[in-house]
Design a protein around this ligand. Structure first.
Ligand SMILES: Cc1cc2nc3c(=O)[nH]c(=O)nc-3n(C[C@H](O)[C@H](O)[C@H](O)COP(=O)(O)O)c2cc1C
Length: 215
């Protein structure tokens, strides 16, 4: 297929990228199965080293499992909070950093480090290329969810051990992302961390280098 994308297609594509947000406040409406399937299929169409497709998606609806993961988050977040004091500490404590309970669906995206056998094409030198591939799938998922009106929030304040224990993930499989999915209450115009004064987007010029590293 040699698709040519129209100006409108291109504009829509860039708008989706610009309007994607990390979402942590959800409506209670369930995500229909066909919508979830489209989102997961988009993820599954991500690029992967040697076409390894190392990802799996654990859809977590079980309330008891989610309660255990929420407890694990609260414990880890208490530790993280100790790094901030004064105004920064107050701001940190006021940030909502997960939507584990409210989201109709939680999703753990994993990376099977053994998939495709010991010699995956292109993965001889950089073994972590399977993890990078899994992150590509997650970004596809995040963008597909956005066009469906579904918000995605990545919760990284969790230990691998907790996720393994609750979700029964075997040792050769790494939990890469724990995501909360649901119809978004709103998609903010800018990252919440920017809106709340925690961090600012760098200019694109700041991160583009020509020919060699320049500071
Ligand atoms: C690997 C990764 C881990 C993240 N972990 C968390 C998290 O634990 N809690 C949270 O509230 N947001 C988390 N985020 C979301 C970021 O804070 C968010 O992407 C960033 O502030 C930019 O905002 P935007 O995604 O709305 O553009 C994570 C994002 C990534 C890519």
């Amino acid at each position: 297929m040699n698709d040519v994308f129209s100006a409108a297609d291109r504009a829509a594509f860039y708008r989706v990228i610009e309007r994607r947000r990390d979402v942590r406040a959800f409506k209670t409406d369930p995500i229909p199965e066909d919508v979830l399937r489209r989102i997961l299929t988009a993820a599954h169409h991500g690029p992967s080293v040697g076409f390894m497709q190392p990802w799996d998606f654990i859809v977590v609806r079980d309330r008891a499992a989610r309660a255990r993961i929420k407890d694990a988050f609260l414990r880890e977040n208490q530790k993280a909070a100790q790094h901030y004091t004064g105004e920064r500490g107050t701001l940190y404590a006021s940030l909502k950093l997960e939507g584990i309970d409210e989201a109709p669906i939680n999703l753990c995206v994993t990376c099977d480090r053994t998939r495709g056998g010991p010699h995956v094409l292109g993965r001889n030198t950089i073994l972590d290329a399977d993890l990078y591939s899994t992150c590509c799938a997650i970004q596809n998922l995040w963008l597909a969810a956005r066009v469906e009106g579904v918000g995605v929030g990545w919760v990284s304040i969790l230990t691998e051990d907790d996720l393994r224990a609750v979700l029964g993930i075997p040792p050769h499989v790494l939990p890469v992302a724990y995501l909360c999915l649901g119809y978004a209450r709103e998609f903010l115009d800018e990252p919440e961390l920017q809106q709340r004064g925690w961090a600012r987007r760098l200019t694109v010029d700041r991160v583009i280098h020509q020919d060699h590293w320049s500071s």
